[in-house]
Design a protein around this ligand. Structure first.
Ligand code: KIV
Length: 273
């Protein structure tokens, strides 16, 4: 089946995302961590592919995103870039590579861009990392911000619950979003916050706001590809819509393969040399 925008083969740029917001065209974004999946996601017409540090959970089986390293993110980033022709590819800067010193953040961001050939980077945080974000953008690297639930700070929160439900945290989020826009970020991800707050930020800011668990009034949506394809079990937040049940499809197919091998039915005469 052809993708939604498969007739429009132009490479998606950060400028086009801002034009899409101005025209009221919603932005679709999904994660990918490998070449084969990225080819499928890109071919289906997704506008932005995020090489998320959720690779730490989805690909490596870690409980949090914290353990994934810069080298591992570079490996995933390179693999995805090789599979993509149209979508804008954004790679997450992993935990510990930009929070300490602006100099270190710029050095790691430049290495990420040089080695992955990605189009942009995503960093979590507002005021606390704004100097680093300014310097990374100053070095010529497009940056996507990430506010609301920031999984790299899970040990500070202690829970993956909805963020910014109280006025103080909501006002800090709005002020951080303004700071990110002023610093030159081309878009911001808002994760797991009340829909009304996300709608307010999207209405106020000129740059696209991409939501995950942030309601329908943002300029675009992002999901983790393994979750929306139903490959992961036991993760069912309210915001997740499953578009397939690949866990069952894959289990049935693999089970059939095991049966065929055990029965001596695979390979048959046409499947050998
Ligand atoms: O790492 C990731 O997959 C993300 C999305 C959930 C936005 O940051």
């Amino acid at each position: 089946m052809a993708g939604y925008l498969s007739g429009d083969a132009r490479k998606v740029t950060t400028h086009r995302l801002i034009e899409m917001k101005q025209k009221g065209e919603k932005i679709s974004m999904l994660t990918s961590y490998d070449y084969t999946t990225a080819q499928i996601v890109d071919g289906a017409g997704v506008d932005v592919i995020l090489v998320g540090d959720s690779a730490s959970n989805v690909m490596a089986g870690n409980v949090t995103t914290l353990p994934i390293t810069l080298d591992q993110m570079i490996y995933h980033g390179k693999s995805v870039v090789r599979g993509v022709r149209r979508a804008l590819v954004v790679v997450d800067m992993p935990f510990g590579t930009y929070q300490a010193e602006p100099y270190e953040g710029v050095k790691n961001a430049v290495r990420m861009m040089k080695e992955t050939h990605a189009d942009a980077l995503k960093l979590e945080g507002g005021e606390e990392v704004i100097d680093t974000i300014r310097k990374i953008i100053g070095a010529g690297v497009p940056v996507m911000g990430h506010l609301g639930l920031m999984p790299q700070s899970i040990n500070k929160y202690g829970t993956y619950g909805v963020r910014a439900k109280d006025d103080e945290e909501a006002e800090k989020l709005v002020s951080d979003a303004r700071l990110l826009q002023e610093a030159g970020c081309f878009a911001i991800v808002l994760e797991k916050i009340p829909a009304a707050l996300a709608a307010r930020v999207a209405a106020e800011l000129a740059i696209p706001i991409i939501g995950i668990g942030a309601g329908g009034q943002t300029d675009g949506q992002v999901l983790v590809v393994a979750d929306m394809l139903g490959m992961t079990k036991g993760f069912s937040p309210r915001f997740l819509r499953r578009y397939a049940d690949l866990h069952t499809v894959m289990t049935d197919a693999i089970g059939q393969y095991v049966t065929d091998v055990k029965a001596g039915d695979f390979p048959n005469e046409t499947e050998q040399y």
